[in-house]
Design a protein around this ligand. Sequence first.
Ligand SMILES: [Zn+2]
Length: 488
Amino acid sequence: MKKIIAGFIMLVPSLLIFQIVAMAQKKPAINVADQLKQKAVSDIQLQYDVYKNMELSIWGFAELGYKEYKSSSLLQKTLTDNGFAVQAGAAEIPTAFVATYGSGKPVIAILAEFDALPGLSQDSVAEKISLGKNAGHGCGHHLFGVASVAAGIEIKQLIEQKKLTGTIKVFGTPAEEGGSGKVYMVRAGLFNDVDVVIHWHPGDNNGVTLTSALANTSAKFRFHGISAHASMSPEKGRSALDGIEAMDNMVNMMREHIPEDSRIHYVITNGGKAPNVVPDFAEVYYYVRNPKREIVKEVFDRVVKAAQGAAMGTETTVDYEIIGGTYDLLINRSLAAAMQKNLEQVGGIIYTPDEMVFAKKIQATLNKPPAPETAAVIEPLKTETDAGGGSTDVGDVSWNVPTVGMQAATWVPGTAAHSWQAVACGGTSIGAKGMMVAAKTMALTAIDLFTNPLLINKAKEEFLQSKESGFIYKPLLGDRKPALDYRD
Ligand SMILES: [Zn+2]
């Protein structure tokens, strides 16, 4: 009995000492991360004018997918000037790059997009006025790229100052809009050594992404017929446009007999040149989407059958080229919870009186928008994950590396992506302020990952559990080379 009591008494002080030591070890660690976060927020804010000028330059370049030469080189130059080693022309894509600073683990990557959309030229004013160019930043990717570079540079400085250890990478990812740029970078193994990927997207509110994306396969179907005078010798012709119209009819009938959460859309990119010439060539560009990539594959195979049937019936021939293919987005809740805290710390956007005037003018062109003041609100973390309506090549990244993302209010609340209003907002200080929210939140989330290895472990555990057993990544676009001319 005495022995046991003695042992117990011995145990109590050692437990106390253990606790004190643990507290002593734990407390400064928390303070260090908090101090670094405060520093990161003020460092990034000090560069507001620099980053605003950069994003406005890229907004002005408004370059289409895989043709973003000026935009990509501006981001690359900024990273090189700041001490990053930049691998240009990554994955056989001239405008893709990987910028690296530091060494060893962890390896944290930030994605940077910069492509614009065709047909969306718009001035930075609250009425629909084109700048007469062939493209505009209707998805805010000019802000996307610069915010990610800003966050990367801040983390690089902290590594350089020996406040963090490990590697920071900024991935310059071209042609998100239909070009599936990131898929080739994943396929080339460029993410193999990365522990966690951080990304964001411009939006009309502030929140951490718990909405997935639709898996997507896109293809251009090319019909070949025989030219003839459409009136003098029509019997000698076989119309390639007939092939497309027959195909489209069949696909439109097919809509009734496919899983209803599917999406199919198309545009005829070449329907012939003149009514009095039977077209010997015509082209239609299709997208097939569904939350599940297995269903995308099934529906896409049936679209191919419709094309073949149409060719047979019109005595034309058809071939097709897969243009893009992206996975659904794998959500990581452990990382999302960490990012949420950082987004709440950074806070939303408060409009100046001038910005409020602009916001109200934009909102007058929108259907039932929420109050402009909601740009200051941080959405609470959603408990449910939904499929969403869009597709993104971040999907393929997220099935290879634990990935976390957010959106920031770069657009006046109620503004839809891919609209003239989005282009307009992206060219004003409202866009720049939203970009700063994203840059700061991503930097803070990276600080968490560099200072808390447990968070990375938890994210990796969740990542492995979320994937079906035996999952092997196979890109939906197969082994094709990057579709560098898909916007031609
Ligand atoms: Zn986008």
